[in-house]
Ligand binder design. Structure first.
Ligand code: DHB
Length: 501
């Protein structure tokens, strides 16, 4: 409630009186209770809806907004008229990233805890990643029509771009490499009412816009434009694109990461905001990134981890050249091969981030088991990228059905029963693992639920065949040598005599 410019004062107050996400939730609750007891004034109309949205008290927010006096004050208040519309947009687009901890920690005398949420949450935990098949309303419409629970656009820039020269993508059964260079139709297209209507159709699914500006100023401009656009549910700010020539990955530079988040905070955006991160490999880097993100826990609603593994290289064994053309062949790695890296990101950030910041897991997900693994590591939502690219939007139906099947088999009623509940390695667990492996079909690669990408070769059959070929060739050579008189081995001579007969 302090003037926004008083950054230093805010810091002092925060450390003295707030101190943690829990402390923050408590203060939100105090402020909400305080204003709930007041008559609608300009101050109340400025503060109360903001705190309610922050705490995801959707039903109370709706009740406050439908009060006629409140409507009157807000509609006629030059400064807060925009807020009135953006709160309604948040309501009609649905409460997306419910923070259970905050929700549970706030007890409002005026709210009925048994009242159903105003709007549906995500219908499932799975939706599309920004990237392949997300560049046009035609493609997004297919995502919306599938069991994907939300629709996320390609990363937009201020102006349309054609991207890097072709060929810029390569796929194999176990991994893909791309260096598209952000081809997209511009922010104007992705927030256009017609694009959103075509993409969402009758589904009512939340529509998210991903942005990856060429500069911080571009990102600021795009975020402001998105907040003004009706029909957008949230923003995914991409801080991890590895493929733009001359632009390093933002979130690898901790100073830059802090500057970006500070700027985002200053914008007081009216929509939920997530940041997409690159993969980290050293624990110290996870820690540094998490510390900065936690500093901005009242601004950042969720992280999306992870983007592709940047700047990898694959050669053709035939041409001995890179398989893609841009940037000397370097491109972002994705697909099944990166799943262990993605799981590590989700797990590590789950242990380091404040519980008010949700985690969206992405990387190598192609089956219901992969979604389950992500949730076990702590993901609240899971995105699918490369598999969507290869299989098309039908993959969402298959993956969601597989995931629901697993939950049913395990008797999981509420995902919170399993989210983040990954256990440490144990002897008992290893015995179960050995048993499970024995039951696996011999063709599976990478364990249960390996999904579509499977080797058709049985390793043992292959080994046997190879040994047979070697033995057979050696006998043939020996026979030849004997026939040509280079060898004088009695049993071979005998064998040849027999063969002649
Ligand atoms: C591109 C690649 C990414 O990994 C990303 O996050 C955004 C865009 C691209 O090359 O177009």
């Amino acid at each position: 409630m302090l003037p926004f410019e008083s950054e230093a004062l805010r810091e002092v107050v925060w450390w003295r009186y707030v101190g943690s996400a829990e402390g923050q939730a408590k203060w939100h609750a105090h402020i909400i209770v305080f204003f709930m007891e007041q008559r609608p004034s300009l101050r109340r109309c400025e503060e109360l809806p903001w705190h309610l949205r922050k705490c995801r008290k959707w039903t109370t927010l709706r009740n406050v907004l439908v009060d006629l006096r409140t409507f009157d004050v807000m509609y006629n208040g030059e400064q807060i008229k925009g807020g009135l519309f953006s709160y309604w947009r948040a309501l009609v687009r649905g409460p997306l990233y419910m923070s259970d901890e905050i929700e549970a920690s706030i007890v409002l005398q005026s709210s009925n805890p048994h009242e159903p949420e105003l709007l549906a949450e995500f219908s499932s935990r799975v939706y599309n990643a920004s990237g392949p098949r997300t560049g046009s309303s035609d493609a997004l419409q297919k995502v919306g029509a599938s069991k994907s629970s939300a629709i996320l656009t390609k990363s937009a820039t201020l102006l349309p771009q054609t991207g890097n020269p072709l060929p810029r993508t390569y796929t194999s059964p176990t991994f893909s490499i791309n260096s598209e260079g952000l081809p997209n139709k511009s922010i104007e297209y992705y927030i256009d009412g017609e694009t959103i209507r075509e993409s969402v159709g009758e589904t009512g699914k939340p529509y998210f816009v991903s942005i990856s500006g060429k500069s911080l100023e571009d990102n600021v401009e795009m975020m402001k434009l998105i907040c003004k656009a009706p029909g957008v549910a949230g923003i995914e700010l991409n801080l991890a694109c590895p493929n733009v020539i001359g632009h390093p990955i933002i979130a690898y530079d901790m100073t830059q990461l802090r500057t970006v988040l500070k700027t985002v905070k200053s914008l007081k955006l009216s929509l939920p905001i997530g940041i997409k991160l690159p993969p980290y490999f050293d624990f110290i880097h996870y820690q540094q990134a998490a510390e900065i993100i936690n500093e901005y826990n009242s601004t950042i609603d969720y992280i999306v981890t992870m983007n592709t593994v940047g700047n990898t290289l694959m050669l053709s064994p035939y041409s001995n050249e890179p398989v893609i053309s841009p940037k000397g062949g370097y491109g972002g790695l994705s697909g099944p091969a990166v799943k262990p890296i993605a799981l590590a990101q989700v797990r590590k950030f789950y242990s380091l981030l404040d519980s008010s910041i949700d985690i969206v897991g992405v990387g190598g997900v192609q089956s219901g088991q992969d979604v389950y693994d992500m949730v076990l590591c702590g993901a609240k939502m899971v995105q699918v990228g490369t598999c969507h690219w290869i299989e098309g939007a039908n993959c969402f139906d298959r993956i969601v059905e597989e995931f629901e099947g697993i939950l049913e088999r395990k008797g999981v009623k509420d995902l919170e029963e399993i989210r983040g509940k990954l256990k440490d390695w144990s002897k008992a667990g290893a015995a179960i693992d050995r048993k499970g492996r024995k039951l696996e079909p011999k063709t599976a690669v990478g364990g249960a639920g390996g999904g579509k990408f499977q080797s058709t070769l049985d390793d043992r059959a292959f080994l046997l065949l190879a040994c047979g070929v070697v033995v057979f060739t050696q006998v043939l050579c020996a026979l030849l040598a004997q026939a040509l008189g280079h060898l004088d081995v009695p049993w071979l001579a005998q064998l040849m005599d027999n063969l002649k007969k």
